[in-house]
Design a protein around this ligand. Sequence first.
Ligand code: PLP
Length: 360
Amino acid sequence: MARPFNFGPGPAMLPESVLQIVQAELLDWKGRGLSIIEMTHRGDDFLSIARKAEADLRQLIGIPNHYKILFLQGGATGQNAAVPLNLLGDKKTADYVNTGHWSTRSINEAKKYCDVHIAASSENSGFWHVPPQSEWKFSADPAYVHICSNETISGVEYSFMPDTGAIPLVADMSSNILSRPFDINKFGLIYAGAQKNIGPTGVTLVIVREDLLGKVKSVCPSVIDYTLELGYEWMYNTPPTFPVYVSGLVFEWIIKKGGLAAIEKINIEKANKLYAEVDRTGFYTNKVNKRDRSRMNVTFYLPTPELDQRFAQEAKTRDLLNLKGHKVAGGIRASIYNAMPMAGVDALIAFMRDFEKRYG
Ligand SMILES: *Cc1c(COP(=O)(O)O)cnc(C)c1O
């Protein structure tokens, strides 16, 4: 069966070879006579899966031992509350850089728990760029600085690694984690919902530097209390076993492909090809400041909203799925995460040319 190419922003495509392993193991995991879905999280079998997923992730990103890994629930949205509740300590203020929809979500949640200082914002460009670090102004004594490394809806991605000095840098990396190598040592904490570039929805990755722990507010719910969860090896309550298992298979898939440097090379090639087609004639328009164009979410507009709609509808009949832009942005969005093969990008480009010939 030839599967269509799914350009959806998340839950997103998974590597076909990973799905095949899941299918083969679903009824009977390694001869146990049980599905992974049915197994206790306290048993050696699931614990071996969990510990291997952690070890493989450590290897992939290059995570030193003084950074702790948690697989939690509640999505990136849950982390928007967890971050201030865990990291504020006795400080009153946290700094946020606002680059669009998901940053704004983080800011609005944090406002429930602290004074939010906007260190920089790209609102003046309609959120079509990342404010250069020269424009950032930190508050006097922030607990941390929060960024969203890739705005999934607009397709705006950091092209530089911010330097926040002694202030811990926190990043929502939901939609570009594992797409390129990065230096975890520059961050105090990162988090990501899995359903973009890690695995199935239902598990949330948190990587936190050990020295930031121990400041949790007493009202923090247990399931998002990092210190408590680490004491239970993130299994204070029943963890999302199946999503952790599939995520572990994705980590193995990336390692087999040569790791993050090899994945980045392919991602650059895919994005460059697609942006070159967007820019080719002016029929398609991408609004993002060129330097800040996302490698993961390529957004563009056709000459009219009617054509946007027709484009997405016709694409669907060619097995190019979920290209319609987010409802707040309109237009078209092609999410080309790690699992999207070059063949999918090529098929989209061929369709773009054909569509332009007929409607341009
Ligand atoms: C998808 C997404 C979210 C929301 O994630 P949930 O897992 O649905 O809570 C937050 N931030 C970014 C950057 C995203 O792409």
